[in-house]
Each structure stands twice: as structure tokens, then as C-alpha cells.
Design a protein around this ligand. Structure first.
Ligand code: VAH
Length: 325
């Protein structure tokens, strides 16, 4: 298939943390009328609504997805709808239903309508305490201790199965924690790394729900968006992996993040009161080996802790001055 063979794209979870920014990036590249943003119930922002078509669907209800696929002649799906790790521990059945039954509907529809490609996000949550935590290998033990992690391992295996059995071109990335300035995350263990910026600007103080020395792999949203679009454009003949690429850009502790923010807001105070999410964070890697992504499709991050912090504080500071934070 030619490289830019994605002509009509459906993106689920389009009002979420990644989905809301990915929608705008896809519209910029492929044309706003060619990207159908879909959400389940959260009202999209005026900006998102103005940027192109929006439809309400529920990926756990196959008919609602199929209706949009037929109406817009969809040939590519980015399935960004998901229940994240913390919410998944509070509501494990909902997590399974959305992340697996919903995913199954998406992949089966892609199969039935012979679609060009499907993007299925995975996560470092596929790893568990038995996995080497430093420079975690691409091929290693996957024994997650969260329902979210279980659904991500199952999602990778389902995608690979459909690729091998039916030739459905399913691709996926093991996202680290994603930090962004436009849409707050919801229900993730890494949400502290986003909330800290908002609180630092609004209140000059933040109580972090993991310990100061908790180190996790993180990525700034612009790099996440680039990786997601690059993998979907990659030449399939060069890919040895499909649904489970490790990707990485930086790792830092909650304390190092707070110190970097203090370089810009000197009187910012951060204290630490770990909750149930500490155990989830402790089961995940501290750093990731993404050699496969670099070799197979040229993955290369741009942002580091310093440049991300500067950009985040500039963007949020501007919105705060406009009374929009
Ligand atoms: C979560 N943000 O915290 C997600 C992500 C690696 C973490 O998958 O659940």
C-alpha cells in the first residue's frame, strides 16, 4: 500500500488527554474533513468542535462505531479511548470492557471493512515487578499487576494475532507517562506529572501522590504525537514489531520534576503523600530500551525535562494570565 494511504480517519477518545491533541495534529496533516473525532459522552471543547466533524460513539457498542465507519467510509482508526491504570484498579470490569471488548469491536470492524491501518496504544503498564526495571528490554517478561496492564498485554496480543491471521495492519506503542498542557489526563498513575504544573502556577504548591524518589519514564505530548503519527506512516516492510514498540524520551523522579519547576517558580513547594497509586508506580520500569523503535522506524525524541518544563510553564502561564487555567 502507498505510504499516505490513510484517507479517512476515525479517532476514538478524541476528547481525552492524547486524543484531543492527536485529532488536531491529524487534521493538520490529512485535512480536517478527513478526520472524524469521536467521543462517548464528554462534551468536546469549542476548538475541537470547530476544527472538524465530531460524533458520539461508544466503542463497547459495536453498532455505534459501525454507523460512523459506514457514514464516513473510514479506512483508518486510532483507538485512543481507554480506562487508565488508577481508574482501572477502582473499576476493573469497566477497564476490561472498554480496553478489551471495545478494542475487539474496533479491530473486528477494521477486519470486516478491510481497513488500511489501526493504531492501538499500549503502555509501559504491560511490565510488572518481575520485569527488569532499568533499560527495560523490548522482549521481556510481561506480568502486569494491574487490570489496565492486563488489558494492554491482551491488546498487544490481539493486534498481533489479527496482523498475522488476517493481515490487518495493527500498530501500537508502549506509551510512558505523557505530560501535556491542553487537556488534563484522567485516572492515570502518572497524572501527578501533569497536575504538578497546574498547581505550581495556580497555587505555588502541590501534594504529590507518589514518593519523592519515584522514577518513571515520561514523554512530552509533542513527542508522543510525532511518535504516534510516524509509526502509522512507517514502511511496514521495515517493521519486525507491530503492536508493542517500546518508546522512551526521559525518566525522572517526582522530586527532580519539582526541582526543575522551582528553577522557574522559586517559591513553589511540593510535599509527598503516597496513596494506592504508589504500588502501581513501583511495579513499572524506571527506564526503557527503545532500540527497536529507533532501528525499525527512526524514532527520536526531541524534548527533555528542561525543555519540557520551560514549554509547559510558558503555555500554562499564558492561559493562567487569560483566566483560562
Ligand atoms: C496511566 N498515563 O497512568 C497512563 C499511562 C504509563 C502510564 O499508561 O495509567
Amino acid at each position: 500500500m502507498p505510504k499516505n494511504d490513510m484517507k479517512k480517519i476515525l479517532i476514538t477518545g478524541a476528547v481525552g488527554q492524547i486524543g484531543s491533541e492527536l485529532t488536531l495534529a491529524l487534521r493538520k496533516k490529512y485535512g480536517k474533513e478527513n478526520v472524524i473525532a469521536c467521543g462517548r459522552k464528554t462534551k468536546p471543547s469549542d476548538g475541537l468542535l470547530k476544527s472538524g466533524p465530531f460524533e458520539y460513539i461508544d466503542i463497547t457498542n459495536r453498532e455505534t462505531v459501525e454507523q460512523v465507519v459506514k457514514e464516513y467510509d473510514i479506512d483508518t482508526i486510532y483507538n485512543m479511548a481507554a480506562i487508565l491504570s488508577a481508574t482501572g484498579e477502582e473499576k476493573p470490569l469497566l477497564c476490561w470492557n472498554v480496553n478489551i471488548n471495545g478494542l475487539y469491536n474496533i479491530i473486528e470492524i477494521a477486519h470486516e471493512y478491510n481497513m488500511t491501518r489501526v493504531f492501538v496504544p499500549s503502555s509501559i503498564a504491560v511490565f510488572g515487578p518481575e520485569t527488569p526495571r532499568i533499560n527495560t528490554p523490548q522482549e521481556t517478561i510481561l506480568k502486569p499487576k494491574t487490570m489496565y496492564g492486563v488489558t494492554k498485554v491482551a491488546g498487544e496480543l490481539l493486534g498481533d494475532y489479527y496482523f498475522k491471521k488476517f493481515g490487518i495492519d495493527v500498530r501500537g506503542l508502549r506509551y510512558p507517562g505523557i505530560i501535556s498542557s491542553e487537556t488534563l489526563p484522567g485516572g492515570g498513575t502518572t497524572d501527578y506529572a501533569v497536575n504538578i504544573f497546574y498547581e505550581a502556577i495556580k497555587n505555588k504548591k502541590y501534594t504529590c501522590f507518589v514518593k519523592k524518589d519515584t522514577i518513571l519514564p515520561m514523554m512530552y505530548m509533542p513527542d508522543c504525537i510525532k511518535a504516534t503519527m510516524d509509526i502509522m506512516e512507517a514502511d511496514i516492510s521495515k517493521l519486525k514489531h507491530h503492536c508493542d514498540f517500546n518508546i522512551s524520551s526521559m525518566s525522572f523522579s517526582a522530586g527532580e520534576l519539582a526541582d526543575e519547576i522551582k528553577k522557574h517558580i522559586p517559591d513553589f513547594k511540593c510535599d509527598y503523600k503516597p496513596d494506592f497509586r504508589q504500588a502501581i508506580a513501583d511495579s513499572w520500569p524506571q527506564s526503557i530500551d527503545d532500540t527497536a523503535a529507533k532501528n525499525e522506524w527512526g524514532w527520536k525524541p526531541f524534548y527533555d525535562l528542561q525543555s519540557m518544563t520551560k514549554d509547559m510553564l510558558e503555555k500554562l502561564g499564558k492561559r493562567n494570565k487569560e483566566g483560562k487555567l
